[in-house]
Structures are given as C-alpha cells and as structure tokens.
Design a protein around this ligand. Structure first.
Ligand SMILES: Cc1cc2nc3c(=O)[nH]c(=O)nc-3n(C[C@H](O)[C@H](O)[C@H](O)COP(=O)(O)OP(=O)(O)OC[C@H]3O[C@@H](n4cnc5c(N)ncnc54)[C@H](O)[C@@H]3O)c2cc1C
Length: 445
C-alpha cells in the first residue's frame, strides 16, 4: 500500500519504519525542519539539551524497551543510570516518590502524613467511594497530610488549576500508590523504593533524546519529507489525497487541534470537540553552568512550593550523559508549565534562575548559557469534560477509515515507549487491512 503518515514525532517515524519493513511505500510528512517532535534535542556549542524537558528511556514492556535501545545503538550507544530522584522539601532533600521518603520530613510532618494516610485507609476500607475529581482523590487516597505537604502544592504548580476541576480517572498508574506497609516503614526510617519499574533508565550517549528518532529514521526504508505542513486531507474515489497526492491509507500523529482544519470531512460537532481539547504548555529552560565540583548524582528533582519559583521539575541533564555538556560544565533543564499565558522573556528567565539559586539548586553567577523552548502541546488538560470529548473524537476517527494515534494524535498521556507500543498495535492493524484488502475499524485496547 501507499501510506501517508502525518507528523514525524516518534509515533510517526516508528510506525513508518515498521510498515516500510513490510514492503509498503511510506511517506512521513513533517511540518518542522526535522523529525522528532517532543523528542527533539538541540545543540548550543558543546552543550546538548532536550527541547521538551528531561526525557529518559525506560519501559515496563521489554519488547518496546529493546526496540528503543536498538534505535539508540544498544548498550554501547546509551548511558545506563540508577534513578536518583528527590524532592526539594523546604531545606531538605526527600527521596521520591514522596510516600517512600516520608521518614526524611520533620517529625511534625511525618505525624501529619501518617495520621492522614491511616485515616484515609480506614475510610476506604469503610467503603468511602473513589471521588471523581483529582483534588478530593488526593485526600481519599493519600490523606490530608500528604496532600498538604506535597501532592496539592506540587500538582497545583504543574496543572495550574483548582485540582477539583480535574477528573481523577487518569491517575491510575501515574501517581504512585504505595502500600501502607511501605509508608509505615519509611515513616520509621526504613528504606523502601517506589516506582521499581523505573529504578534504572537509559539515555543516548550522543545527541540527546532525539538520537532515538535519528536511529529510527536511519535506514528506515521510508520517505521523510520535512518542512511540509499537511493542510489538506480528503477522500477520493480510489482512497485519499494528502496535499493533493494520492494515498491508499492515511495515519495521523499530529496534535488533533493542529490538523483538524486540514481534514475536509470531519463533521462540525467533532470539529468543535477537537478545538476544545486545549493542551497544557511547557517552557523548558536550558541552563549551562560552569562547575567548581561535579553536580550531585541526581537524576531530577521536584520543586513543590511557590516560593521555589515557577519551576516544577529540574533535570540534572549533564548527569544523563557526559556528552551533554563540555568538560568542566554541567547542565540543567527547568520545566515550567502554563496555559498559554507565559512568554519567556530574558527578565523572566533570569528570575527563574534566581529562584533556583535561592532553592539551593545552582549558583546563578555560574550560569554560562540560558535558553528557553516553549512547547505548546506538553500535557493533556484532564478536565471533567475531557474523557467524554476524546471518546467521541476517537470513535469518529476509528470508524472513519483514517487512523489517528500519538500523544496528542489520540490524546493519550503516553511516554515515548507507549507511543512505540501503540505504533506496534497500529502496525498489526494495517497488516490485517493489507492481507484482507478490507478496511476494518481500528480498535485499540
Ligand atoms: C515534559 C515532558 C517529559 C517527558 N518525559 C518523557 C520521558 O522521560 N520518557 C519518554 O519516553 N517520554 C517522555 N515524554 C513523552 C514524549 O515526549 C511523547 O510521548 C512523544 O514524544 C510523543 O510523540 P508523538 O510522535 O506522539 O507526538 P509529537 O512528538 O508531538 O509529534 C507530532 C509531530 O507532528 C508535527 N506536526 C504538527 N503539525 C503538523 C502539520 N500540519 N503537518 C505535518 N506535521 C505536523 C510536529 O512538528 C511533530 O513533529 C515527555 C513529554 C513531556 C512533555
């Protein structure tokens, strides 16, 4: 078949590679000057930075992880790191996830967290139902102490809204849910570990996270056309036309609100739903520093409190690979979310750095490089209307003959490994179409 893939992020190029290996004629159309999307990296002199905040390679799915590692040149092409993540809690460093680090808080805060957790545990045992909003879910699952000392301020910082306006159904598997034994153990000072599936991760030795995309495109067997924005997708008697060219099948991975206008046959009510799918945006500050001594061996840290400035997470990026920064230097990525209102001028960037200085993360006078990258589509706005809305949009696409997937092509809160896993599922769906010669509706679990 002759297949058009719209968007050259990891979703698009991964699928293209799989389909090309089957012998299909595949063209990826990418608006930007090169492939990569949210996985892109950039260079400033000898510094390399990821554009959309710190990215790591890890997966619960071994087949997917192996596929991704292979694209990066395997063990030789990557650096393996034992995750060391912390929360900057007042003047302390508390291991992450917070529930596993509770023993590192002040005695008063430990009591608050433990008492609240036990109370919430008893309430759940007594049958108090799971709340439908995220704010109440935090109290229901974690208790008031964990809420006050971390979960509420941190999540307010990242989502930029009253947490009760958010749904709670997306949380499962995203927000750590430690067993009560672990909480009690860590409260009395015994070490426990959460997020075990992510206890080690990999990162490309050279070229930043984008190296995974570069390795997917290299010898991929498909045509990649960059600098081409798709602006017209229509059906024809024989199949489809994309920007005027005929194809047998069209797969979209572009964020839906950015591509909806190009599709000529989306019904008005579905268009309206797509336009309401507003994202949470993210400014990523790329910071290079001169070092007197090596950076602490941290992977990334969370900054939950407003007085630490607007940054919610800082990645110790030069710890991911020694090639991310020149000798004698280190680098950080500082992530600040927003809802379209932030414009990162120089004064704002310097204020963020100053706040990181006050929080004890870096010395502002050692900063030798400061750049910002705004990512319009970073997180999904998990408001109460979202699930209903996206279900209707996905159903229309899945029944239409077009295929749509990807972080914002399907609005799934997915990391790159899950995008690759989805590409594998879409690949086998297309194999079925190719073998049977019949278009069947897409059904993704
Ligand atoms: C802050 C942050 C941290 C993350 N951390 C991790 C992590 O640690 N590990 C991990 O694996 N994942 C991580 N992710 C997730 C990962 O970045 C995404 O899952 C993945 O990059 C999404 O890829 P995609 O191809 O679905 O979409 P995208 O990367 O958004 O690709 C869509 C592409 O469509 C293109 N496009 C737009 N309009 C048009 C048009 N009209 N015509 C043609 N092309 C168009 C865009 O330029 C873009 O290249 C993180 C994401 C964020 C925001």
């Amino acid at each position: 078949m002759k297949i058009a893939i719209l968007g050259g992020g990891i979703s698009g190029v991964a699928l293209a590679r799989m389909l090309a290996a089957d012998g299909h004629s595949v063209t990826v159309l990418e608006k930007s000057e090169r492939a990569g999307g949210l996985c892109k990296s950039r260079r400033y002199g000898e510094f390399t930075f990821d554009e959309a905040g710190g990215h790591i390679l890890f997966s619960k799915d071994k087949k997917v992880l192996d596929w991704q590692l292979e694209r990066c040149g395997g063990e030789a092409g990557t650096v393996r790191t034992v995750r060391n993540t912390k929360i900057r809690w007042r003047d302390r460093w508390v291991p992450y996830p917070f529930e596993n680090g509770v023993g590192h808080l002040t005695k008063e805060a430990i009591v608050d967290c433990l008492a609240g957790y036990i109370e919430a545990f008893a309430d759940r045992r007594a049958g108090v139902p799971c709340p439908s909003n995220f704010g109440d879910w935090i109290q229901w699952r974690m208790g008031a102490g964990f809420g006050r000392h971390f979960m509420v301020p941190y999540n307010e910082k990242i989502w930029k809204c009253d947490l009760r306006t958010m749904a709670s159904d997306w949380v499962a598997g995203r927000v750590p849910e430690a067993p009560i034994e672990d909480i009690v153990k860590s409260a009395v000072g015994l070490d426990t570990q959460g997020y075990a599936h992510q206890s080690v991760f990999w990162f490309p030795r050279h070229g930043g996270f984008e190296a995974m995309v570069v390795g997917t495109v290299r010898n991929g067997g498909f045509k990649l056309q960059c600098g081409i924005a798709v602006d017209r997708v229509e059906r024809s008697a024989a199949g489809y036309r994309v920007n005027g060219e005929a194809f047998d099948l069209v797969v979209n991975t572009v964020p839906l609100p950015q591509i909806e206008a190009a599709f000529t046959d989306i019904p008005a009510d579905i268009r309206h739903e797509i336009q309401a799918l507003r994202p949470i945006s993210l400014i990523n500050l790329m910071i290079g520093v001169k070092l007197d001594e090596p950076l602490p061996p941290l992977s990334w840290i969370y900054l939950p409190f407003p007085e630490q400035g607007p940054t919610n997470r800082v990645t110790y990026f030069s710890n991911y690979s020694p090639h991310n920064a020149p000798a004698g230097h280190g680098s950080f990525l500082a992530e600040v979310t927003h809802r379209g209102e932030l414009h990162p001028d120089r004064a704002w960037q310097q204020d963020v750095v100053k706040a990181l200085g006050s929080a004890g993360i870096l010395h502002p006078e050692h900063v030798v490089l400061l750049e910002a990258c705004n990512n319009e589509f970073a997180y999904i706005d998990q408001n109460h209307a979202f699930q209903g809305r996206i279900t209707r949009v996905r159903k229309w696409f899945d029944d239409s003959g077009y295929i749509t997937f990807g972080r914002f092509g399907r609005y799934e809160y997915h990391n790159s490994d899950q995008c690759v896993a989805r590409a594998m599922q879409v690949h086998s769906h297309i194999q079925t179409i190719a073998n049977s010669g019949q278009q069947t509706p897409l059904r993704l679990a």
